[in-house]
Design a protein around this ligand. Structure first.
Ligand code: AMP
Length: 397
């Protein structure tokens, strides 16, 4: 069975066609600048040359059609007809409080995605357009919505409530939802298997450290807390996002600089984090290069990044009254041995000891703790597309 995975952003569309017989990627690609001048499709069929098509894409519907054409193209394609695609799995940002699992799309599901436009204003509209474009391009083929917020739905009230007047929760659903859920679910599940832990009781902390970064705590595969909140702004220091900040900071800067709250949120989302602190870049590798060259702000930014993670791991070990395994994933978590080491050096009180040689690994599943470490620490590459494809397969087969 072949499953197409689609991830629509506001002006982009990423895709992968996966053969579920052996979970191999047949083709993957990206449409960029949808609805903007200079649209381009980059298609990478496995075992064939990359194919780049510069062609106007007025909207996501046109982009989906170009992806279909590329997949069946006699030269660059990997299938004879789109009839070979059994189902489409869509990454959907926000499912509100309605969905704690993936679901086959029908009119009710589309209504929920629409009802959550206010909660995910950049992503949910694009996600819905992507679904409707696939419905039009492949009538009768099931579409599955895989929600980024679903994993966080098992959090208990004490973890997801903000201590603000209850009426805002009742009226608007203001609470913590958590994001990167597909990755946290996938990585925590794989970590339990890899460490040979009891799947019913295992206490696992997943550090998803990429340009966006979040951390989750789960017991028996169910999320009990996670660092992102109503939006993906809360929690860790990220590439451009501040993570946790005293809300009074917004009022103070607004008053001093004559800004409004929307401008401030833009600053917290796009100009803060590693970029704002270092003044160098949002990309961790650039900040590290500057640190090595003696840039003090770059050094401070990276120390803030590590320190916030160390605090969250401590908080989550406390929240679960223990931790069996810690898994590092995403761009930084999978590749950056120095950051993993400085985080682990800050949590030795948990009985953690790291095998320095094993920790030098990049992008590869590997145990990095020593045999006598009380907590198993590992690198566990995330694969959100495969996770979406597996969840889609489970619903449609
Ligand atoms: P992601 O959002 O998961 O793609 O991760 C992006 C972040 O991972 C950026 O800050 C990159 O600098 C970082 N990253 C990616 N590859 C590496 C690498 N080989 N070594 C260190 N950091 C990396």
């Amino acid at each position: 069975m072949k499953i197409l995975v689609i991830n629509c952003g506001s002006s982009s569309l990423k895709y992968q066609l996966i053969d579920m017989e052996n979970e191999s990627v047949m083709a993957k690609g990206l449409c960029e600048r949808i609805g903007i001048e200079g649209s381009v499709l980059t298609h990478k069929p496995t075992g064939k040359d990359k194919y780049v098509l510069e062609k106007a894409m007025a909207d996501h519907k046109v982009a989906v059609q170009l992806v279909m054409d590329a997949l069946v193209d006699p030269e660059h394609g990997v299938i004879k007809s789109t009839d070979e695609i059994s189902a489409v799995g869509h990454r959907v940002l926000h499912g509100g409080q309605v969905y704690s699992d993936s679901i086959i799309v029908n009119d009710d599901v589309k209504k929920v995605i629409r009802d959550c436009f206010d909660l995910g204003p950049l992503h949910n509209p694009a996600n819905l357009i992507g679904i409707e474009a696939c419905e039009a391009a492949m009538p009768g083929v099931p579409n599955v919505a895989v929600f980024d917020t679903a994993f966080g739905q098992s959090m208990p009230e004490k973890a997801y409530m903000y201590a603000i007047p209850y009426e805002y929760y009742e009226k608007y659903g203001i609470r913590r939802y958590g994001f990167h859920g597909t990755s946290h679910r996938f990585v925590s599940g794989e970590a339990i298997k890899f460490a040979g832990l009891d799947p019913k009781t295992a206490k696992v902390i997943v550090c998803h450290l990429g340009n966006g970064a979040s951390i989750s705590a789960s017991i028996g595969g169910k999320c009990v807390d996670t660092s992102m909140g109503l939006t993906p702004l809360e929690g860790l220091v990220m590439g451009t996002r501040s993570g946790d900040v005293d809300p009074a900071v917004l009022q103070y800067i607004c008053n001093k600089e004559g800004k409004d709250v929307n401008e401030m949120l833009d600053i917290l989302n796009k100009k803060s984090g590693l970029l704002g602190l270092s003044g160098v870049s949002s990309d961790c590798r650039d900040v590290q290069t500057a640190q090595r060259e003696g840039n003090k702000r770059a050094d401070m930014a990276l120390k803030c990044f590590d320190y916030r993670i160390i605090k969250y791991i401590g908080a989550y070990a406390a929240a679960m009254n223990g931790v069996d395994a810690i898994a590092f994933t995403a761009g930084i978590g999978e590749n950056d041995a120095d950051i993993r080491k400085s985080i682990c050096d800050g949590i030795t009180y948990l009985g953690i000891s790291i095998d320095e040689e094993a920790n030098k690994v990049r992008g590869e599943k590997r145990m990095i703790s020593t045999a006598d470490s009380k907590v198993k620490v590992m690198v566990m590459p995330t694969d959100e597309e495969l996770a979406i494809a597996r969840e889609t397969l489970a619903l449609v087969k």
